[in-house]
Design a protein around this ligand. Structure first.
Ligand SMILES: [Zn+2]
Length: 512
């Protein structure tokens, strides 16, 4: 496929540009469902080299009429796409429903078809290195495995709440459950992960990954890995942030979160960095991190926003100068971008610094945008589609802050890349697009033989970090270091915190 379009489609007023590779073509025709040409546009004569492709463009933005179309150039046709006002409605719903499918400790035996299972992981968890047991049922399975980890959970919850706050109207018809109710499921679990002294256990998993089975078939002992200050900082930030979403409708729950956040902050004040490494005998996802300053900063900003208390503002101001303003990552390891975007609306010096940070970081990412519309070059990290979606969120913030349309367009480019305008010609969301991800590294999809819809693949990763990637991706360029295979966990796993920024990005585009 050499004509790359967003395989779901476009909103009527959106910019619509096909990336075209190979051949020397002059014109592109847009055909409707009756195969009639409704528009003819030039293919740009300039080509840009990227990842082994020579890319030019066909801009058909002037087509606004709702309908189903293909782009035809020479004898080749693109995959079909749609132009419609609510073109992303079904996909956004599926992306949100994914969190319900990922529920742990919940009887999902009636309403999710092939993926039904009884309440899983209900036994008490043993605190690592002790004979103490705690009840920590609930939450979401993190990814293609059934572990539950605080650090990525905080990112996922924050993204979903932000997505909802930024663009409520995008969620009018969302999902089996409302987004706020779904997020509460995870928050309730997170509360159980806090120790009496305020510290938060890093994760609740079995000692190792299980076979490709359904969640209720995993019966090994659940172990609570030791407390870390990265988990505790993320927890404090997340709980403090979540307060404002529940305070009116669910006051008691909101207050519980506020108290938990303050307690977690006190733990951080009483302890230096406790960085997490998998302890002996535990081999599940580590979510290790060599720095907890960004988690502390995010927590300080959220607690200041929540309470208005000077001590949090002073703590944030004392730390914020140490950060590189060209970077505002919205990752699970470096969460400093959440500090920046959550502090944007604050008054005074702290708010000014946060706004400056968002602008500087967005401009730095914007300058790095390549011929496929994303800010990446010769190496792509594990979970690169998360970075693309995160950049979409950052561009959204910069657009809202500055009013500069170039950021809005950049935001659209991130979504178009995810849904088909990429060197693989894939829609990286299962169930959406003609050529979409079908073989995710996701135990329920493997166990049932049915690909669960509405999941974002991690996408190309240039490091060849699993046996399938090593076997099949040797010599591929970074943007093509992807294989749609159950075994390629480094390029084709799914995660709650990869879906979550895509929810925020798609909602932002959909709400326009
Ligand atoms: Zn479970």
């Amino acid at each position: 496929m050499n004509i790359l379009i967003n395989q779901i489609g476009y909103m009527p007023e959106a910019r619509k540009v096909a990336a075209v590779r190979g051949g020397l073509f002059q014109n592109a025709e847009i055909l409707n469902e009756k195969d009639q040409a409704v528009l003819c546009v030039p293919v740009s004569s300039e080509k840009t080299s990227i990842w082994g492709d020579e890319v030019s463009y066909a801009d058909f933005s002037e087509l606004h009429v709702p309908g189903k179309y293909v782009v035809k150039i020479g004898d080749e046709r693109s995959y079909p796409f749609e132009i419609a006002k609510d073109v992303y409605g079904k996909c956004l719903t599926a992306l949100v429903d994914m969190f319900y499918y990922q529920r742990c400790g919940c009887d999902l035996s009636s309403d999710i078809g092939a993926f039904k299972h009884s309440a899983c992981h209900m036994t008490k968890a043993r605190v690592y290195g002790t004979q103490e047991y705690r009840e920590v049922s609930g939450g979401w399975h993190d990814a293609g495995d059934f572990g539950r980890y605080i650090v990525p959970a905080a990112k996922a919850v924050c993204d979903l709440l932000i997505a909802y706050e930024w663009n409520k109207k995008a969620f009018e018809k969302a999902g089996i459950t409302e987004i706020i109710g779904e997020t509460k499921w995870e928050l309730m679990w997170m509360l159980k992960m806090q120790r009496e002294d305020g510290g938060v256990y890093h994760k609740a998993t079995c000692a190792s990954f299980c076979d490709m089975i359904m969640p209720d078939e995993e019966k090994e002992e659940i172990i609570l890995s030791p407390v870390s200050t990265t988990a505790t900082g993320d927890f404090a930030a997340c709980m403090a942030m979540a307060y404002r979403f529940y305070k009116d409708a669910d006051g008691a729950f909101a207050l519980e979160m506020k108290n938990a956040a303050v307690k977690a902050w006190e733990f951080l004040q009483n302890n230096g960095a406790i960085l997490f490494k998998n302890p002996a005998g535990i081999t599940t996802g580590e979510y290790g991190d060599d720095c907890d300053q960004d988690e502390r900063l995010w927590a300080a900003i959220e607690l200041f926003r929540l309470t208005g208390e000077k001590k949090y503002e002073e703590a944030a101001l004392s730390m914020i100068g140490d950060f590189d303003f060209t970077l505002a990552p919205l990752g699970w390891a470096d969460v400093s971008g959440y500090a920046a975007i959550e502090g944007m609306d604050l008054e005074g010096e702290l708010g000014e610094k946060c706004r400056q940070w968002v602008k500087t970081a967005a401009e730095s990412r914007y300058k790095g945008i390549n011929a496929y519309g994303i800010a990446m070059t010769d190496s792509l990290p594990w979970g690169s589609n998360m970075d693309v979606s995160d950049d979409g969120m950052l561009f959204y913030c910069a657009w809202k802050l500055t009013g500069d349309e170039k950021y809005r367009e950049a935001m659209h480019k991130q979504l178009n890349y995810i849904l088909g305008v990429n060197p693989m010609g894939y829609s990286y969301v299962s169930g959406f697009g003609t050529k979409c991800m079908r073989y995710p590294h996701h135990r329920p999809s493997i166990a049932t033989g049915v690909c669960q819809p509405g999941m974002l693949s991690g996408g190309p990763a240039s490091g060849m970090m699993d046996p399938v990637a090593k076997e099949f991706l040797q010599g591929k360029s970074a943007g093509k270091s992807y294989i749609d295979d159950h075994g390629s966990y480094s390029t084709n796993e799914i995660c709650v915190y990869w879906n979550s920024p895509l929810v925020a990005l798609m909602a932002a585009v959909k709400a326009e």
